[in-house]
Ligand binder design. Structure first.
Ligand code: 9WN
Length: 438
């Protein structure tokens, strides 16, 4: 398949998944608007319907809560019932400041929108409608960051915690296994529920039923505390200072600071948050033995000692020192030399690596996009080229899927990717990478 054909197919998919105001991640499996998906999707809109990017972000922010939180799902339809958990299961009316029109979930996801906004602004620097949009949404994006610093950082470290694995965007990563194991599941009190995802995607590529019980347990815990109460920090067995989320928060802070300075908007609070976050991220999350940044388990007060994809986002957020960046680059080159596509989502040498199952090993398109950006920033253009070419090779051979096999020898036996097909952020990242010079 030629790159021109890839670009055309990517645009077709984004048009197919457009719902007159927002984009679904994929047609059947995820029938609503997802938080960080919609940010990446705007990268694609920018190439053929730039106004859609404005509508996409406005739709997402129409779900913002009074506390600033952008929920991880915006249920633009109240009658669509093909996804679990639906808006009624979340029952966000427990929080008086929760947005009810549209209905939403009660947790959040990685805050990519600040840096996406900067990417869009760079493409349309003199477009009046676009500048007006950026000025109008700027305080809302800042408020969404304020949510993390106010409600998710009780010790005022500059590092936000997450309590639901869905918030990390890497739902069933082995990173969370130890925290999840602390949850005591009592089937007699866990509400009855029916999964919909395994009717639409291969069971072996999705989280297990035991993991889903834990997702539901944590949802109920959040609900008991109105989704933003102090009791979450006191009670939750899962308290994660996630690399990916905090790196993305830092990256977006920096973008908002630059946007604010250019447009004459207030950046005082952002600068304070940023100084503290960068310092804490560097001091608390680097692990010299593993030569990577690690997540931190706030309940256990210890680093979560695994090599995985989140640590690499310190590159796109420009947090890594030159020496740390060299080590991350070596790690990727080693994987490449050993016959893996870049970048597997979990340590391929760990017994918990599972090349098929969701966030326990496969390649994820939006992560490749972030890592490509980071590698370019540090001048590792040869590795960035591998990341891009691996990704485009997978798409060409296997289609625009949600995630992909990481082992080249196994991938060679497959004619399609994993999870949902005709995926939005996959298409958007393809379009954007195709437009990069190298
Ligand atoms: C739960 C939409 C989302 C992504 C997440 C990915 C997956 C949802 C699910 O799909 O999670 O949020 O039902 O499995 O893990 O990162 O935003 O694409």
């Amino acid at each position: 398949m030629l790159y021109q054909d890839l670009a055309e197919e990517a645009e077709q998919i984004l048009r197919l998944n457009w719902r007159d105001g927002f984009t679904v991640p994929t047609n059947k499996l995820y029938p609503f608007q997802w938080n960080w998906d919609s940010g990446f999707t705007c990268l694609g809109h920018a190439y053929f319907e730039p106004k859609w990017a404005i509508r996409e972000l406005n739709s997402l922010f129409s779900g913002q809560w009074e506390n600033g939180m952008i929920p991880h799902i915006i249920f633009h339809s109240e009658t669509e019932t093909s996804y679990f958990p639906n808006h009624d299961f979340w029952n966000t009316t427990v929080n008086p400041g929760a947005q009810q029109k549209p209905k939403t979930s009660g947790i959040t996801q990685p805050p990519v929108h600040g840096f996406i906004l900067e990417k869009l602004l760079a493409k349309f620097p003199n477009d009046g409608a676009f500048l007006a949009f950026v000025k109008a949404i700027f305080p809302k994006v800042v408020h969404s960051h304020r949510f993390f610093y106010t409600y998710r950082d009780p010790k005022r470290e500059g590092l936000a915690f997450l309590y639901h694995p869905w918030e990390t965007g890497r739902d069933n990563s082995p990173l969370w296994d130890e925290s999840n194991a602390r949850i005591q599941i009592d089937k007699s009190t866990l509400p009855a529920y029916t999964r919909q995802d395994t009717k639409l995607a291969d069971k072996k590529e999705r989280p297990t039923s035991d993991q889903y019980d834990r997702f539901v347990y944590m949802l109920e815990l959040g609900k008991r505390h109105q989704y933003d109460g102090e009791g979450i920090f006191e009670e939750s067995p899962v308290l994660l200072q996630d690399t990916l989320t905090n790196a993305v928060l830092i990256q977006s802070n920096q973008s908002l600071i630059r946007i604010g300075e250019r447009l004459g908007l207030d950046t005082g609070e952002l600068k304070e948050w940023q100084a503290q976050s960068v310092k804490s991220f560097r001091e608390k999350l680097w692990n010299e033995n593993l030569a990577t940044f690690t997540c931190y388990d706030l309940r256990k007060e210890a680093q979560i000692e695994y090599k995985e994809i989140g640590g690499l986002t310190a590159l796109s957020a420009e947090i890594a020192t030159k020496d740390q960046a060299d080590k991350l680059n070596d790690y990727l080159n080693d994987l490449h030399n050993r016959g893996y596509y870049l970048c597997p989502s979990f340590d391929v040498d760990d017994p918990l690596f599972d090349s098929k199952r969701y966030w326990r090993g496969p390649i994820w398109p939006q992560m490749n996009w972030l890592i490509y950006e980071g590698l370019q920033h540090y001048g590792f253009s040869a590795t960035a080229k591998i990341v891009k070419e691996d990704f485009l090779e997978l798409i060409t051979k296997q289609g625009f899927y949600e995630y992909f096999e990481a082992q080249k020898s196994v991938a060679a036996q497959l004619d399609k990717g994993y999870g949902g097909g005709q995926f939005s952020w996959t298409s958007a990242c393809v379009l954007d990478l195709l437009h990069k010079d190298q």
